[in-house]
Design a protein around this ligand. Structure first.
Ligand SMILES: Cc1ncc(CN)c(N)n1
Length: 230
């Protein structure tokens, strides 16, 4: 692959080229100290509770974003029936996710109605809102969607690998995003993003790469907020 132009590699490998090019930033999100602390078994439970409450707020803002991606797929996709099925699966998963957050919050004594979104969360939710505009192309929105889900999948799957010391009470959390089915769903999103990028103009590809980077930066900030939170 080394030294080949994008045309020689085939445009379908665009997400692959980004993951290589921005590897250290991406690993900064998927191997963040917050994730490492879960994996090493020394997580501060107040950080976990901060993450839980803040992520519940994030997921509630994520639902309308995903619904907007579904709307864009309806008219903007080359294979809208496939894409809509995959995205609808994502909406269904988010429905479960919201119920899970409620159950988990009561288990940990986190009062969800009292949670005030912190700055990193507000910034991330505002970014999602900007992507919901009808002017934002489907290719950009589906790229963001894939990246958002993929960071969680890779982060939590990392906590489930052999030899990790993830505390028993956090196994279920890690399973939620680290399980194989969620991994397959992320692969489906990635395939859609790559297919869209393959036929996109250079301008859209540049915009999509910038969007990918912003997602990863927001994810790092989100972990930072949880890790340092009280
Ligand atoms: C911040 C964040 N990023 C991604 C996900 C996975 N839906 C999430 N729940 N929260």
């Amino acid at each position: 692959m080394e030294g080949k132009t994008r045309e020689e590699m085939g445009k379908s490998m665009i997400t692959e080229t980004w993951l290589r090019k921005h590897r250290s930033l991406y690993l900064g999100a998927t191997r963040h100290p917050f994730i490492r602390s879960i994996r090493d078994g020394n997580i501060d439970l107040s950080s976990f509770k901060t993450w839980l409450g803040q992520d519940y707020i994030f997921v509630r803002a994520f639902v309308p974003f995903v619904a907007s991606v579904l709307t864009k797929a309806w008219k903007g996709s080359d294979d809208s029936s496939n894409d809509m099925e995959v995205i609808l699966g994502g909406v269904a998963a988010l429905n479960d996710e919201i119920s899970w957050f409620k159950k988990e919050a009561s288990k940990w004594g986190v009062q969800l109605s009292d949670i005030v979104p912190q700055k990193a969360n507000q910034d991330y939710c505002r970014f999602l809102e900007s992507l919901m505009s009808p002017e934002v192309e489907y290719t950009i929105a589906i790229t963001a969607f894939w990246a958002i889900e993929a960071v969680y999948q890779e982060s939590f799957a990392h906590c489930l690998e052999d030899g990790t010391k993830t505390p028993a009470e956090l196994q279920e959390t890690c399973q939620r995003w680290g399980n194989e089915g969620f991994g397959q769903y992320c692969n489906s999103l990635r395939k859609i993003a790559d297919r869209q990028l393959e036929k996109a103009s250079d301008d859209i590809i540049t915009k999509a790469e910038a969007t990918f980077l912003r997602v990863v930066e927001h994810e790092v900030e989100f972990w930072n907020m949880s890790h340092g939170g009280t």
